[in-house]
Write a protein that binds this ligand. Structure first.
Ligand SMILES: Nc1ncnc2c1ncn2[C@@H]1O[C@H](COP(=O)(O)OP(=O)(O)OP(=O)(O)O)[C@@H](O)[C@H]1O
Ligand SMILES: [Mg+2]
Length: 456
């Protein structure tokens, strides 16, 4: 591949300087264009793309103030802040160079210049500028993708059909939705899908781990605060409710919210009004609520741990996601989906898919409820695979002919992870109860959840 030529705009009102620079840069394989005035520079930059501008600061004979140059710099910066500009100062003026840099110049060089230094400075800034522009381009591309991002939701299995029907029916509506399901069954992806399918799609989707906010910050995170409301409140802060105005607020893990916080949230949902902490001004926002939990919320209500009146506000519609073990028919499509995603991450490998044995191994594996485990298995297989197709060995699944994993085939760590996952499954993801069942303290269990990358 031949490299794109480095294109530099040379700007100076002294013809001999311009000519000398042009010859020098040409001999170093730069492509050049020249301008003799600030207007000429702006015109050239407006008309085509440059990798760098090398410009003098003074354009009116006899002045050495650099004023025209500084103005030009500001204008160039406004036009394209990623364009590297290097200024030349005819006199040995450090303040002039400092001011130029403050106005966005990347570097400066003194006249008369040293050829070698000038060329190497230009090369460096051309490379840096290209990298900067590429990342700016990727960032704006990402923003576009984020905005239009209707996530791909795989749902071919029979167990997912009622979910699909429900999603299509309520997606465009304003209904508050509660999404329930075990760990890693796709609650968040469903929330994203609902938002993207609604007329609010162009507005923000704000995701909050409502169950993870401590008493001290709950109100200020959700509703915001004003400067001075408490010791750490050094500035005003906009809360999640306000950030989500016009869009969707996704309250995750609501099953873990303590009673006092449930009461505060309920009051806001009932009245539709709230105040920032430390302010008496009442605010109203237009927000669609989607919430999610992996605990059996009906049981939490029955046990008096979750307020029924709050549940009633949240679950205008409830979507129950089936666990992966009930979605066998989705495994092939999910595996292909994750392979595509992982393949894009590890772009160097060209993987065409799974061979037949590998697919059968995936389908026969006794998956727990969690789709993320399937995702991790595929990720590992992408790393392990040597050929164009993933083979059963690459998956690293240990299975018996009857399809269930055997403790004695596992390493100690795998066995521990396996037992923890089983306990969490049995306790519907309730960490306290799972810890009890396993005979561990809650914090000891949390440590292991982190260690094995198990999500609660
Ligand atoms: N139907 C689906 N189609 C495609 N990918 C899915 C689907 N369901 C889940 N996933 C993927 O599985 C992973 C776990 O899903 P997600 O994070 O939505 O689950 P969750 O229920 O919110 O999990 P947790 O309880 O741990 O918070 C994500 O990478 C998600 O993209
Ligand atoms: Mg989640």
């Amino acid at each position: 591949m031949t490299e794109r030529p480095k294109k530099v705009l040379i700007a100076d009102d002294q013809q001999d300087v311009v000519e000398a620079l042009r010859l020098l840069l040409k001999s170093e394989s730069f492509e050049t264009q020249t301008a003799a005035s600030p207007a000429g520079v702006l015109e050239a930059v407006g008309a085509s793309d440059f990798d760098a501008v090398l410009m003098d600061l003074n354009y009116t004979r006899d002045t050495t103030s650099g004023k025209e140059g500084f103005e030009l710099l500001t204008q160039l910066q406004a036009l394209d802040s990623t364009l590297p500009v290097i200024v030349m100062t005819a006199w040995s003026s450090i303040p002039g160079a400092v001011e130029a840099i403050r106005r966005g110049a990347r570097d400066y060089i003194e006249k008369p210049w040293d050829n070698h230094r000038l060329v190497s400075l230009l090369r460096t800034h051309v490379e840096l500028g290209r990298a900067l522009r590429e990342s700016a381009r990727l960032e704006s591309e990402n923003q576009l993708l984020r905005r239009r991002d209707v996530p791909e939701l795989i749902a071919e299995s029979r167990a997912m059909q009622p979910v699909l029907t429900m999603l299509e029916r309520i997606g465009p509506s304003e209904a508050n939705v509660l999404v329930t399901g075990e760990h890693g069954t796709g609650k968040e992806i469903v929330a994203r899908w609902l938002h993207a399918a609604s007329p609010r799609a162009e507005k923000p989707l704000i995701i909050v781990n409502a169950g993870g906010l401590s008493e001290g910050v709950f109100e200020s995170e959700l509703f915001g605060h004003v400067k001075g409301a408490f010791t750490d409140a050094k500035t005003d802060r906009v809360g999640y409710f306000e950030l989500a105005d016009g869009g969707t607020l996704f309250l995750d893990e609501i099953g873990n919210m303590p009673g006092r916080q449930q009461a505060k949230l309920l009051r806001v949902l009932q009245t539709g009004e709230f105040q920032r902490v430390g302010s008496s001004k009442t605010k109203r926002v237009d927000v669609r609520l989607i919430s999610a939990t992996n605990v059996d919320i009906g049981q939490e209500v029955a046990d008096g741990r979750f307020r029924e009146d709050l549940l009633y506000r949240l679950n205008t519609v409830e979507i129950q996601l089936p666990p992966l073990r009930d979605r066998g028919e989705d495994i092939a499509a999910l595996a292909a989906h994750f392979l595509k995603r992982q393949g894009a991450r590890y772009g160097t490998k060209k993987l065409t898919g799974l061979d037949r044995e590998a697919l059968r191994a995936l389908q026969e594996h006794p998956w727990p409820g969690n789709i993320r485990e399937l995702e991790h298995t595929i990720e590992r297989a992408v790393l392990m695979a040597a050929g164009p197709q993933i083979r059963a060995d690459d998956l690293g699944l240990r299975t018996r002919s009857d399809g269930s994993a055997r403790l004695e085939d596992m390493t100690l760590e795998e066995a521990e992870k396996h037992l923890i996952q089983k306990a969490l499954g049995r306790c519907q993801g309730n960490v306290s109860r799972a810890a009890e069942v396993l005979g561990l303290s809650r914090s000891a269990l949390y440590r292991r959840l982190q260690q094995y990358d198990i999500s609660e």
